[in-house]
Ligand binder design. Sequence first.
Ligand code: GDP
Ligand code: MG
Length: 328
Amino acid sequence: MFESLQERLGTILNGLTGRGALSDADVSAALREVRRALLEADVALEVVRAFTDRVREKAVGAEILKSIKPGQMVVKIVHDELVEMLGTESSTVDLNAPAPVVIMMVGLQGSGKTTTSGKIALRLTNRDRKKVLMASLDTRRPAAQEQLRQLGVQTGVDTLPIISGQSPVDIAARAVQAARLGGHDVVILDTAGRTHIDEPLMIEMADIKKKANPHEILLVADALTGQDAVNLARNFDDRVGITGLVLTRMDGDGRGGAALSMRAVTGKPVKLIGSGEKMTELEEFHPRRIADRILGMGDIVSLVEKAAENIDAEKSGGHGPEDGQGQV
Ligand SMILES: Nc1nc2c(ncn2[C@@H]2O[C@H](COP(=O)(O)OP(=O)(O)O)[C@@H](O)[C@H]2O)c(=O)[nH]1
Ligand SMILES: [Mg+2]
């Protein structure tokens, strides 16, 4: 898939031989391919549009580095802007609140909420030496509460005893109370999802939030979420108010465009990435790595970076490798 893209891109880029500053035509031609790359990476259409508009503004008139083609220069600008938009500051789960700190996991059914709850609990226990309590608020599927209990056994993390017949809001209240009594630092509330966003789900999430007063509300989403990502993120953020995103199944085939879509519409940071089914397969989010993956043009980016390094070397009085080689 990348080969054909790069071939197409190469053809267009090689056709552009302008020098000096990037012209409108240079930028437009390169952005057509960039747009395609972003759509193939599952970035939502409205986000692609807004993003390429931003890049166009920045790129037209920008100076082209010596030995770099205009199209390649645009790709580099696109890449840097992607990193910027994905979040240059690194952010992770914030526990800076009075104990017990409540973390509420929200998202659609099957997105990976329960699995990620276990992963975060394990990480906080082992790495941060926190005492964690997990509670399943998924009363819709009987197996869901049992699934979390088993993850608790597997990871050695406490889970709230299951009492059948309680409502999600009641379980949330009981979890916070139990954590207070049990001296837990953190409570993770694993909520129920739906196959799609609906009103009862949003009401349930808002009620739980009101009762449990979570410090973090993490929207868990499948990295393969395509055009729906914008809708999903916007709905959860407007109705419940999220503090961050977790992208699961980054070990799959997807290029992770949902990260850009969801970050763009909510402005909330991607805090963690799920990279497998195992409890240890949870990773920090590295914007640069994801930008490379979304764009799929890492070769061009490093080419331009090398050229920029050479120019810097020349400027600082050193002799770049291209000196005296007949470059005009
Ligand atoms: N490959 C992969 N599978 C995952 C990841 N996170 C969750 N899963 C799987 O996705 C399925 C649904 O996860 P679950 O946590 O039950 O989703 P929930 O309905 O949101 O609670 C399970 O089979 C998990 O093992 C991940 O990062 N990578
Ligand atoms: Mg679940």
